[in-house]
Write a protein that binds this ligand. Sequence first.
Ligand SMILES: *[C@@H]1O[C@H](CO)[C@@H](O)[C@H](O)[C@H]1NC(C)=O
Ligand SMILES: *[C@@H]1O[C@H](CO)[C@@H](O)[C@H](O)[C@H]1NC(C)=O
Ligand SMILES: *[C@@H]1O[C@H](CO)[C@@H](O)[C@H](O)[C@H]1NC(C)=O
Length: 766
Amino acid sequence: MSRSDIYPLFFLFCLLSFRTVLAQNPIFACDVDGNPSLANFAFCNRSLDIDSRVKDLVGRLTLQEKVGFLGNKAVAVSRLGIPSYEWWSEALHGVSYVGPGTHFSSLVPGATSFPQVILTAASFNTTLFTAIGKVVSTEARAMYNVGLAGLTFWSPNVNIFRDPRWGRGQETPGEDPLLSSKYGSSYVKGLQEADEPDKLKVGACCKHYTAYDVDNWKGIQRYTFNAIVTKQDLGDTFNPPFKSCVIDGNVASVMCSYNQVNGKPTCADSDLLAGTIRGDWKLNGYIVSDCDSVDVLYNSQHYTKTPEDAAAITIKSGLDLDCGTFLPQHSQAAVQAGKLAETDVDRAIGNNFATQIRLGFFDGNPSKLPYGGLGPSDVCTKDNQELAREAARQGIVLLKNSNDALPLNPSTSGSLAVIGPNINVTKTMIGNYEGTPCKYTTPLQGLIQAASNSKITAVQGCSDVSCSANGFQLNPAKQAAAQADVTILIVGADQSIEREGFDRTDLNLPGQQTVLVQEVTKAAKGLVILVIMSGGPFDITFAKNDDKISSILWVGYPGEAGGAAIADVLYGKFNPSGRLPVTWYPQSFADKVPMTDMRMRPDSSTGYPGRTYRFYTGDVVYSFGDGLSYTNFKHKLINAPKLVSVPLEEGHECYKKSCSSIDVTESLCQNLAFDVHMRVVNSGAMVGGHTIFLFYTPPNVHNSPKKHLLGFEKVKLEPKAARNVVFSVDFCRDMSLVDEMGNKKVALGSHVLHVGDLKHFLTVGV
Ligand SMILES: *[C@@H]1O[C@H](CO)[C@@H](O)[C@H](O)[C@H]1NC(C)=O
Ligand SMILES: *[C@@H]1O[C@H](CO)[C@@H](O)[C@H](O)[C@H]1NC(C)=O
Ligand SMILES: *[C@@H]1O[C@H](CO)[C@@H](O)[C@H](O)[C@H]1NC(C)=O
């Protein structure tokens, strides 16, 4: 073929591929423009209420069609104008390609990739959590409109980060039930909240319910793990984030997990599903299984005799949707065998349809509906990417800063040696449940931009984070440090060290990384700054105690703009304000505590130390809430009550005899609210953000936590500026305890409120 023959063909090819890209349409039902007769179906009628539309639709389906709506790949029913819908998409910290419902293409090649959740949580900024959710849902809707995404996203992960070795701890907001609750409900609101009440921008899902945080530890697999959990730990540790997702966040879905809790698979436990989520918390939405959970409880756990029994018990327990094909395959036979009522199937698919109706899926062409105007130009906007950088800055935690070594001054800090396996990473920065980002700024690129006058020498030292003896290049790293005015070590982990399906067995830096840090530090001529990039914590006691290491930062997995954010903090363009969302334990914890021991509370008879800042009795490397600033903040307690009186009726058993605690009841809880007034001053010379933590220590009854976060508030203050902060405390919501039986109690006696070193005693009496 001659050149002139090729040209028109090439042109045609471009035109065709351009057309196929543009021709992508969103998936939706009730296309009345294409098929006017669909307008006669009540389920397509937007003027009707949701229940009537659901009832109408369910009533038109055969049993065989119905069971096709029980799986993540829901069937099409063309006679009713219903296309197949893929329920499974993910948006943990940006629209993700994990899950078959979402794809990137030449039309939308990437989406804004925010920091991995554990770092965002470290910002303790609820406004930020919601702001990120809003950007993610806008980008998701934009992608849906061009056929690249679904409307239902199985995020966030609000499991408590109970054990530092957990490979999925990175996905979570950390170890504290209050922070996890605030993160979950705030992010869900950002994703879901639409302009019209009861409509959804996109559907979120809080997972994995419940007590799920062993993935694969020394061969013990999540698919068969039976978590032995006390009612007390369930009530005051594992379940609160899910409760807050449903009640405060109004989340559209909860996902049950793979593991068993006390011998029952969570997806087959009617107390957990129908009882707690649907009954007590009043979920408005659907309960979905983790992917292949139903198959797993039948085939791996052998929990039921037949597949029909597995279908029957899960649906009857309250499951509405199976991520998988098990329920579509076996539910019809379960009904025909009399093990499952067809009305149970109706309830399940009804909850799924109601969610889709709230999303506008049955409202016809989305281009005419709210969000219909969003498209590819709304993804990866300058503002969205700036928020990704801002989120990373707000989360980064400064753990050590001797002699105010940081911030560096770009004009006077001289030459730089940048050393370590994570100095120039891209994908490492975005963690798991990731999407394709808009672009990356690596740490090295961030430093080159920030210190454009400095001579920079970059040496990885190890070929990757595993830092094996093979490819370990200590000498070039030492030489670089010996000649530089400032040495910045960037070490830590990536998904090869901690990930889904893979827990760590120890808390040390991987491979030769400790040797690298120690030897480079010894050889260094100037300042040494250590940057840890990871999801989970490490035992870095050696670095904490090494006087030659002036500064230590934890930067999580900081997202697409991570390198720019790290440089912003190191060079003082941003004053760090992040606080650790988890306890950093010493290696001895991993040596003696099995990951599979779910107990939160210590047991002095066996030396079991307990878990998280609320219960753990051993030594720590760093504590929950640790984090420094380049300025100083001072607190003052202005006003808080010294006495709270619980109103008891005369006949109450604790009216005459003295009790140590009283059952929480509605009448008891009236008038038990009070305010705590604080004053915060920025006494230093630099503007900065600051989180005020209000902790309390209850009286020692019912194995209560030794300390518990009851509120936090982040403020930003100019130098010398002051601000009053008021915590509105609702005693029953914020300061009640959960007893050994899982019941809520008000403890009588002396409670201590803590803010930093300040203590305030509050007596609770009748
Ligand atoms: C939709 O429902 C409203 C309210 O019941 C009704 O007035 C209207 O006629 C219905 N539309 C169609 C096309 O049936
Ligand atoms: C750093 O990573 C970027 C992006 O992958 C790459 O373009 C650049 O060449 C790398 N720089 C060095 C010094 O390896
Ligand atoms: C919280 O985050 C929002 C959104 O990025 C930001 O505007 C605000 O300043 C932050 N608040 C504090 C106290 O840092």
